[in-house]
Design a protein around this ligand. Structure first.
Ligand SMILES: *[C@@H]1O[C@H](CO)[C@@H](O)[C@H](O)[C@H]1NC(C)=O
Ligand SMILES: *[C@@H]1O[C@H](CO)[C@@H](O)[C@H](O)[C@H]1NC(C)=O
Ligand SMILES: *[C@@H]1O[C@H](CO)[C@@H](O)[C@H](O)[C@H]1NC(C)=O
Ligand SMILES: *[C@@H]1O[C@H](CO)[C@@H](O)[C@H](O)[C@H]1NC(C)=O
Ligand SMILES: *[C@@H]1O[C@H](CO)[C@@H](O)[C@H](O)[C@H]1NC(C)=O
Length: 370
């Protein structure tokens, strides 16, 4: 039975919903019938609520699978002795008196004989990288010594001659093998970085750079950050994963403080499985210094992979960049730049400047004749 009022509603609905007369009836049933409406709302809540719960459950499962499970052994009371202060508590008990340690509030002027730049060269292939790195360190930090870790027997005499003539002091080191098998080949020598903590002649600090980086500024002022009164002993920049910030730092640029207690602890703990083993020394150091590291700006370790997602940042950040890291593609190993045209152009410009300055051809031939 249709009342006139009902007829009016009917046409209003037809108008609003822009549907045919046939369809109006079913909409009307839902929207005008009080019980129908309530049922519709309840059903919607159940449906969307269920969907949400299901979604949350999926995310939870994904996060559980994705997040690595650390056993807490690195933070175990019996195990941990990460830095001199913690070691102090461990060896001397809770009453250990910090103020007597390290003349904490009495920072001295940093003397350039007790700090150094470090890099490592484990293959002749990286010669050009090490040359340009040395050149750029010296250009901007002329009063600092530079040491190059290497394995005696691994490099040619020619390579050693060339890097020395640019200012690198050769530092022979014994290799630290990876504590387990199956590590990606490119990372297998990298645990040797841990040796730097034993070079206590540089007790006021080492700035370590991978040999595929270049330095664009004076950065030796970073040593100020680890003076005793600051309480910091280690600093690094966050990794940029495909141009995105990450929670972990990249071990291609590190500011560290050699210390025998810490070195022994590093050697004692690097073989336990409480960290991301796939990332070798970087995974280990990230776990070791997880709650203690001083986070430096990304500008101290610009991963050129930012060209993948945020290429405009190359130009924007360039004036602020301190160190550029040629991670995904190295101009000295591969000539075609792909998406890295701007970083490549930049590297080549620096390399040509070095060539003009030092006459690389002459240097090369002098080293060949030795
Ligand atoms: C800690 O060192 C301060 C300053 O040297 C000294 O006054 C204090 O007595 C020491 N405390 C202990 C428990 O040794
Ligand atoms: C730096 O240390 C060296 C070696 O100990 C010393 O001969 C030199 O005078 C010191 N320089 C300054 C500026 O303190
Ligand atoms: C330390 O700095 C002075 C200039 O301040 C320089 O003459 C000297 O060669 C530097 N020492 C080292 C080891 O680089
Ligand atoms: C730089 O970014 C790339 C791509 O995101 C990543 O694979 C690489 O590990 C990063 N480089 C370093 C040295 O961490
Ligand atoms: C790690 O190395 C130390 C020293 O060589 C050794 O005592 C310890 O048993 C090793 N730990 C594991 C889990 O392999």
């Amino acid at each position: 039975m249709n009342s006139p009022n009902d007829e009016a509603t009917h046409s209003l609905l037809r108008e609003t919903l822009k549907v045919s007369t046939g369809k109006v009836n079913s909409y009307k049933r839902i929207l005008l019938n009080k019980h129908g409406l309530i049922r519709f709302i309840i059903k919607s809540i159940i449906f969307f609520g269920g969907l949400t719960i299901f979604g949350i459950l999926l995310i939870y499962i994904y996060e559980t699978i994705k997040t690595p499970k650390y056993d807490s052994v690195l933070y175990d009371d019996n195990y941990v002795c990460h830095d001199s202060k913690t070691c102090g508590i461990k060896y001397h008990g809770d009453n250990y008196n910090f103020t007597n340690d390290d003349d904490n509030n009495n920072d001295k002027e940093i003397n350039n004989t007790t700090v150094a730049f470090f890099s490592s060269l484990y293959s002749d292939n990286y010669l050009k990288g090490a040359l340009l790195l040395g050149y750029t360190i010296k250009k901007h930090n002329p009063n600092h010594q530079m040491y190059l870790q290497y394995f005696p027997g691994r490099l040619s005499i020619d390579t050693i001659c060339q890097v020395q003539s640019i200012g690198w002091i050769m530092k022979p080191v014994e290799r630290i093998p990876p504590p387990w098998k199956g590590l990606y080949e490119g990372y297998r020598d990298q645990y040797t970085k841990l040796r730097m903590w034993s070079f206590t002649e540089f007790k006021d600090g080492i700035i370590y750079l991978d040999s595929d980086t270049v330095v664009l500024k004076y950065i030796a002022n970073l040593f100020e950050l680890i003076k005793p009164s600051t309480g910091f002993e280690f600093a690094a920049s966050p990794d940029l994963w495909d141009g995105k910030d990450s929670n972990t730092f990249n071990a291609g640029f590190m500011l560290l403080k050699p210390n025998i207690d810490v070195y022994n602890e590093l050697m004692r703990t690097h073989n336990i499985s409480a960290y991301e083993k796939g990332y070798a020394e970087q995974g280990f150091l990230n776990e070791f210094y997880r709650y203690r590291y001083l986070r430096l700006p990304e500008t101290y370790n610009i991963n050129i992979s930012l060209m993948k997602t945020t290429p405009h940042l190359w130009k924007v950040l360039l004036p602020n960049m301190n160190v550029v890291h040629y991670t995904c593609r190295k101009p000295f190993l591969r000539s075609d730049p792909g998406i890295y045209a701007e970083p490549y152009e930049f590297w080549i410009k620096l390399y040509n400047e070095m060539d003009k300055d030092l006459n690389l051809e002459k240097l090369e031939s002098e080293c060949k004749n030795k």
